[in-house]
Design a protein around this ligand. Sequence first.
Ligand code: NAI
Length: 339
Amino acid sequence: MNVDVPFKVDNEDPLSILFNKNSSKGANVTVLGAAGGIGQPLSLLLKTNPLVSRLNLYDVVNSVGVAADVSHINHESEVAGFLPENDGLKKSLDGADVVLIPAGVPRKPGMTRDDLFNTNAGIVKTLTTACAEVCPNAKILIISNPVNSTVPIASEVYKKHGVDGSKKIFGVTTLDLVRASRFVYEKLGKIVNVPVIGGHAGTTIIPLFSQVEGLKLSKEELEALTYRVQFGGDEVVKAKAGTGSATLSMAFAGARFADSVIRGSNGEEIVECAFVRTDLYKSEGIDYFSTFVKLGPNGVETILPIPKDITAYEKGLIAEGIKQLQASEKKGVEFASKQ
Ligand code: NAI
């Protein structure tokens, strides 16, 4: 078996593939849910990112210990931990440029992401209310599931506070791209970018293998690979046997996306796929879709069109995905407007 790590690079620092060191402005980053399965390794990776100058770690439990631990890593950024007492949530958000939200419960075997709605919707509403009040200009990166509903909830919360969140609120779907890239590596023998659009739940996850140069798949291979990307999360949930869902790969993906957002803020040209507010499929009744986003100082700089040369198969997946996205969006918007 080839044990070479796929992200191996030929210079001295293995993390340099993750974090571009050419861009110098430091960002203030807050993690909400920092003591959790995702929160801890995510905080670790953010601490090692030279583009982060301050890291505030908030959770309802254990965040002070996590912060003390991470703070001993010999990178220049400052780290502080916050708990709910003494207005800790708001203090953790003071001056934030980027907020990552992995707070909430994860799936157990047999659960869909939508099964998490009842618990996580309220958590996301509370946390994004604080963001709208304290750091309305920060970029908000939502990891908590179901992303297809939690992003509309956050957006409605911002509207209620008179803040335009459309360019600042992102649903993090990067793990789907990371998985797709890894699974294609197993066929191509090299790491390439695989765009994944749509949403972040089951069949709303739409990998665009047609956009990968040199990838030739039979109909059966295409269907199997598409299914694996759509339900890759279930492989982890099953293997963890009731103890949670993807945490380490999600932390990697979240750290990558945060790095891209910071680099975009610093003026670098950078495109990622993310679940954002967009008019792309407004005519079909949805206001949110994961698509190609050019990042910039304001967050979403431009939403790029879906490539014209996607296949009929991929168009079919989009049509199916849109039906589910309508329901998830409606659920989120209704929840946010109720209380
Ligand atoms: P976890 O249970 O290990 O950690 C969640 C953390 O959130 C805990 O430390 C908990 O104390 C904290 N928390 C709960 N309520 C809070 C509140 N009101 N304020 C601040 N912190 C709060 O869960 P894990 O595995 O870290 O997953 C977190 C979320 O991320 C889940 O909703 C999961 O479904 C989602 N997820 C999203 C992925 C994506 O691709 N977007 C991938 C994998 C998981």
